[in-house]
Design a protein around this ligand. Structure first.
Ligand code: MN
Length: 323
């Protein structure tokens, strides 16, 4: 049975979670885990004002003034994972996923969508795009084969994007590695990829939604819970508020798919420029091949070069600078 203990005074909320929820939390909080781990704990993470501790026993503790909202999502998740809520049986999983994925009133509307690329890549910038797809252009885009950029190869993206980019209004923002590294230096304690994403999505959405008047929805491919998204923007003057957040946003509306393809297109071209600049092929991602190339770049140009072309807060930097 799921027992949730709320200590109102100090805003501490604790409950026990199943193996499955533990795994999900592992992943979700990976970006903000602390180096120090309390006794008997698997890890401790700090997300905004909330400290989350997951113990080996499966007990999880949320502390801080937003502990309520921060824990709500996980209480629901645990209810689902532990079978306390009616979940579809595995047999009709495919069917229910499909029903879940496409909402015709959204899919066939005229909407603005945004998506980003580059946040998991050691080398290269972060690119965020918002695009507008009118319902009149849906058929044209479907015929071109516009879909989730993750399902297309770089070659396909280089082929397909020029065929629609002049027809689809969009706004892109490229966050250079220099700016990214400056930002992280400034907010040392607060290095937070989701905050960076929120700021950039808002930037392009604000610009585009002021140019386009006849949109029905604004859709963001969800990377953070909406309350966190808006929390990251609390000091920003111009915040786009009428957003609908969806996971697998590319499937929900082609504006998200186009945004993801345009971001990817710009990203691929930036990588080509980088590779030409340093004289060897720069790999994407953050794997071992990245470490090798990082070492070669230091040998050839010195460490400062990395500041211009890589994200210095990635763990790769330890391996690259180790002798
Ligand atoms: Mn995305």
């Amino acid at each position: 049975m799921l027992v949730v203990i709320r200590v109102q005074k100090n805003n501490v909320i604790s409950f026990k979670v199943s193996e499955k929820t533990m795994e999900m939390m592992d992943e979700e909080f990976d970006w903000c885990k602390r180096d120090k781990v309390p006794e008997y704990a698997k890890w401790q993470a700090k997300d905004g004002d909330t400290v989350v501790t997951l113990y080996n026993s499966g007990k999880v503790v949320f502390q801080g003034k937003d502990a309520d909202i921060a824990s709500d999502f996980w209480i629901t998740t645990e209810k689902i994972n532990s079978g306390k809520v009616d979940v579809k049986s595995s047999g009709d999983k495919k069917k229910s996923e499909k029903i879940n994925t496409i909402k015709p009133d959204i899919y066939y509307s005229s909407s603005i969508g945004s998506d980003e690329v580059g946040t998991g890549d050691f080398f290269g910038p972060i690119v965020v795009t918002a695009s507008f797809v009118s319902k009149c252009d849906i058929e044209f885009l479907e015929k071109l084969g516009v879909k989730d950029s993750k399902k297309l190869t770089d070659e396909q993206i280089l082929d397909i994007v020029p065929k629609f980019i002049k027809k689809i209004p969009y706004e892109s923002y490229v966050l250079s590695n220099e700016s990214y590294n400056e930002y992280n230096k400034k907010y040392k304690e607060d290095i937070n990829m989701n905050k960076i994403k929120s700021l950039l999505h808002n930037k392009v959405l604000y610009k585009l939604s002021n140019k386009i008047m006849n949109y029905d929805h604004i859709i963001v491919d969800e990377f953070a819970k909406p309350y966190l998204y808006y929390n990251y923007l609390k000091d920003v003057p111009n915040v786009v508020r009428n957003i609908e957040f969806f996971t697998k946003g590319e499937d929900k509306h082609l504006s998200v798919a186009c945004a993801s393809l345009i971001s990817r297109y710009i990203f691929i071209n930036e990588f080509d420029k980088l590779s030409k600049d340093v004289g060897f092929t720069i790999p994407k991602g953050a794997g071992n091949n990245v470490d090798e190339i990082g070492k070669q770049i230091i040998n050839k140009f010195g460490f400062d070069k990395l500041k211009q072309i890589a994200k210095l807060n990635f763990k790769n930097i330890e391996k690259i600078t180790r002798n």
